[in-house]
Design a protein around this ligand. Sequence first.
Ligand SMILES: Cc1cc2nc3c(=O)[nH]c(=O)nc-3n(C[C@H](O)[C@H](O)[C@H](O)COP(=O)(O)O)c2cc1C
Length: 198
Amino acid sequence: MCMNTVTELAKKVNPCQRNFDLTQSIPQEHIDYILQAATSMPTKDNSNSYEIIVFTKEEHTRKLLDTAFHYVDMQGNKRALYCNGQVYSRCTILFSRPKNNDKKSSDESDMMIGIASASAALAAAELGYATGFCKCIHNKTINKFKKSIGLEYVSNPRLMLGIGIPNKNFDRHDIVIDNKSVNRKEARPEKNISITFA
Ligand SMILES: Cc1cc2nc3c(=O)[nH]c(=O)nc-3n(C[C@H](O)[C@H](O)[C@H](O)COP(=O)(O)O)c2cc1C
């Protein structure tokens, strides 16, 4: 069977890239193309249902790394701090809900963020970049970071997408800080999405 291009790109987007070569910046025309892909997707009633912030400075994405952590259960019920290396890139896109969302429009914003971010990731893959999504965002820490760089008006960060060239010295599962692997997140089991023809 002949696979079409979107399917091939989607297969490239599926695995989460958890480290990037930070010496390689992304040209502005590539970033513009990725953003155009994101913002060309439909939103309900053509509403401005999400906001995008693009981080391209390493000093900023290093700080994003501190905002994208969670605790994982280890053997013996110990809990370990685990950070999401995929946000530490040379281009990380943050998708936020706009201010004053009620419950209904918040749910809708999350749908639109899903649609737009998928399109961004496909465009990045088309340009030859690896990507990693992250929804794990620590509100208190990101609010402090936003404030420190004058972005306090960004209201409700929901999803980040790291984009870049993989760090060739490491496996994609390695979370790399200062050129050392500080942790790993192994690939999740294959998904098996239920499809019913009715
Ligand atoms: C909307 C969305 C949110 C995600 N959030 C996280 C996250 O918070 N932390 C994380 O480690 N991976 C996150 N991922 C990455 C997925 O876990 C990953 O793409 C999937 O498990 C396949 O990659 P794998 O082969 O590395 O498991 C997210 C993916 C998507 C699509």
